[in-house]
Design a binder for this molecule. Structure first.
Ligand code: PRX
Length: 661
């Protein structure tokens, strides 16, 4: 395992090229680099023709569109498939019933306990979704109403999402690892009418109660009138009369039938909101709409994962994040595919759990995150060798840059040295993959996300907004709209404009750093804003800082990312205590618990350094660059420090850091 500096070194040295495999190529959706280039060319010359064709091929519309695209990145306003109507749940379920897929597995669910397996055929999933849609309708949920979903990785989660989609309600899934406080903020922001939750989460052999978090959150959420609780673990839970009811009771009620007419939605009606961290304290409610998102989810699932009718596709993400929304639920189901959903973790009860699941279900396509690969790599190759992985045909990676060491290990030990790896770059905001290899077309360079997908006009810009020459690092931007892109920030149009369209007028600013090499391959360098990527999870430093300063002992806090061999980055917090408070290990532990409670366990700082000051400019701005360097133990060159109000602070911080070691 290597640290960040050697990763960067090996990235720069990386010259190996892996050609796409011959096996599987003849049957692939996109068969060659020439074919990719032809699609790309057409998508740039005639974007409306290209996307119109894809939308017709992949989606069933109740009414066709009047215009494929109306957009202006300056305003910004983006409309795809104007005037068209469709229902997402009908696309993911009903239409497959009519074409011979009734008895095909739509969702294969493996619970954490080995014996907990449920297989939903398309017919059965349809029935469950219709019934739950009727439950929601009975509670007065209708088109445009918001429903918050706070569930572990159990089938009721996609069922609830699809039920919302069926009746035109907007779902807002909140990752079950978030705290009561985070849940509360998200429910309050979108003013949900109903919350769907569970008694507990099963995780690594433990039962972690979830309902108490929901109760705590709902104390301050007047918009929520009903709370539906799934029984997962069977632990004792308090139920509030009039507000709370059990999922199984609601679903079994006499007046709940298997039939539920889908609501015909406008292509630009909201399908869901998903909150994500940005560089300010408050998470943004990213808005995705109906027609464009579904088209894009289906399109990218088909081309990037080369999904075929009898494949088993396993995306290991949690549905609480965008990756699970698009590549466990909407993409595979829109295509009539079979999606595997797993409740457990990679290393419990043993570090071969993922490989055991692959072996058990004969998984064809496996999509995971670099942090998982690095963690499993540390456990040694005996765990991959123990299992038969020969069913696999294609591997994927997402969430952060994959270092060449991890890439090679994945290729060799999971892919048997023969499988293509698609390193997919995208974001909550993009709805689906934007930059990735196509598995049977694109020669791979380990560590590079390779080329933009057809229809994606990506580039690297210099600070002043002009294209950077090959191999010069800059800002990753997208110069024209794609159907899966966000349409706004819920309740905050101004933030939508300033976050994504202000720095480079008329262009989408992804907030990532990247360079393009001499072959046009993209190498993603990570976030340029104050967002940290911990194990592929996006966290805003400002959010963690405001959680810290909410503690009575803390006067001020500054949080930065620190390189970590498994998690990619980890959280390093500089904390200034109030006068008279002593910086003890007990206080450190208390602050960690406090952050877990405020945001969730993923936000808990790995390192807390108590300090007496922060490096600030004379105008009071914290120079995070310096804090990042000290956190990384890189004391070499702090760059220009002439604007610092008090240069002595640096010496103090360095001494404090050394004392921690
Ligand atoms: O910094 C990029 C990184 O993850 C960010 C998006 O995070 P989120 O919205 O949570 O979505 C994660 C899953 C799509 C990006 O701005 N990122 C994502 N994929 C990659 C990546 N960085 C490098 N390579 C990738 N393949």
């Amino acid at each position: 395992m290597s640290d960040k500096s050697t990763n960067i070194e090996s990235l720069l040295k990386e010259k190996r090229i892996f050609e796409p495999p011959e096996e599987g190529r003849a049957a692939a959706w996109v068969k060659s680099l020439d074919e990719y280039r032809a699609h790309y060319r057409r998508s740039m010359e005639d974007p409306e023709g290209f996307w119109g064709d894809r939308a017709r091929e992949l989606v069933t519309w109740d009414r066709p569109w009047d215009k494929v695209l109306e957009a202006d990145f300056h305003e910004p306003s983006i409309r795809w498939f104007s005037g068209a109507r469709l229902n997402v749940a009908a696309n993911c379920l009903d239409r497959h019933l009519a074409v011979g897929r009734r008895n095909k597995a739509a969702l294969v669910w493996q619970g954490e306990p080995e014996d907990d397996v449920r297989v939903y055929t398309y017919q059965r999933l349809h029935t469950e979704v219709c019934r739950f849609a009727n439950v929601l309708r009975k509670m007065g949920v209708g088109k445009g109403d918001r429903v918050s979903i706070y569930l572990p990785m159990i089938p009721e989660l996609p069922i609830a999402m699809l039920a919302c989609a069926r009746i035109g309600a907007v779902h807002s899934v909140v990752f079950a690892g978030f705290s009561a406080h985070s849940l509360e903020n998200r429910i309050r922001d979108c003013e949900a009418k109903v919350l769907v939750t569970a008694d507990a989460v099963l995780r690594a052999g433990r039962t972690i109660p979830l309902k108490p978090n929901a109760d705590e959150a709902l104390r301050n959420c007047p918009s929520v009138s009903r709370c539906i609780v799934v029984r997962r673990a069977g632990n004792e839970v308090a139920m509030e009369p009039g507000r709370d009811s059990w999922w199984h009771d609601e679903m079994a009620a006499d007046d709940i039938t298997d039939r539920c007419e889908p609501e015909s939605m406008d292509a630009e009606d909201i399908l869901f909101i998903l909150y994500t961290s940005g560089s300010t304290g408050k998470p943004k409610g990213v808005i995705h709409t109906t027609g464009g998102y579904l088209t894009y989810a289906a399109h990218t699932t088909q081309w990037v994962f080369d999904l075929k009718d009898d494949d088993i596709f396993w995306c290991t993400a949690d549905i609480g994040w965008i990756t699970g929304h698009t590549y466990i639920v909407y993409g595979p189901l829109a295509l009539g595919g079979t999606s595997l959903m797993f409740e457990g973790v990679p290393t419990w009860p043993a570090p071969d759990r993922f490989w055991q699941v692959v072996e058990k279900f004969k998984v064809d396509i496996f999509y995971t995150a670099p942090t998982v690969i690095r963690a499993l790599m540390r456990e040694g190759v005996e765990w991959t060798r123990k299992r038969d992985l020969s069913s696999l045909r294609l591997l994927g990676s997402v969430g952060e840059p994959i270092n060449p060491e991890a890439w090679m290990w994945y290729h060799q030990h999971v892919g048997g040295g023969r499988l293509p790896i698609v390193d997919t770059w995208w974001q909550t905001e993009t709805g689906g993959i934007l930059i990735s290899a196509l598995p049977y077309a694109t020669p791979l360079k380990p560590g590079s996300a390779t080329l933009p997908l057809p229809g994606v006009d990506a580039d690297v810009f210099r600070e002043e907004g002009t294209p950077a020459p090959p191999n010069e690092g800059g800002h990753l931007v997208v110069k024209r709209p794609w159907p899966g892109m966000l349409r706004g920030v819920f309740g905050d149009p101004e933030r939508f404009r300033t976050t994504y369209f202000e720095r480079f007028p008329g262009v989408y600013d992804a907030g990532d750093g990247a360079r393009k090499d001499e072959d046009g391959y993209f190498w993603i360098m990570g976030r340029l804003d104050d967002v940290i990527n911990v194990s592929g999870h996006r966290l805003g430093t400002a959010e963690i800082e405001s959680a810290l300063v909410a503690h009575p002992a803390v006067a001020e806090a500054a949080v930065v990312g620190m390189p970590h061999p498994v998690k990619g980055q980890t959280i390093y917090a500089y904390v200034i205590l109030k006068a008279g408070v002593e910086g003890t290990d007990e206080l450190r532990a208390e602050l960690r618990t406090h952050v877990r409670k405020e945001i969730g366990p993923i936000a808990s700082p790995e390192v807390i350094q108590f300090s007496s000051g922060l490096p600030k400019t004379r105008s009071g701005k914290i120079m995070r660059r310096i804090l990042r360097k000290i956190a990384a133990g890189d004391y070499g060159d702090f760059g220009d420090t002439s604007t610092l109000a008090d240069p002595v602070v640096i010496e103090d911080l360095m001494a404090g850091k050394k004392a921690l070691l």
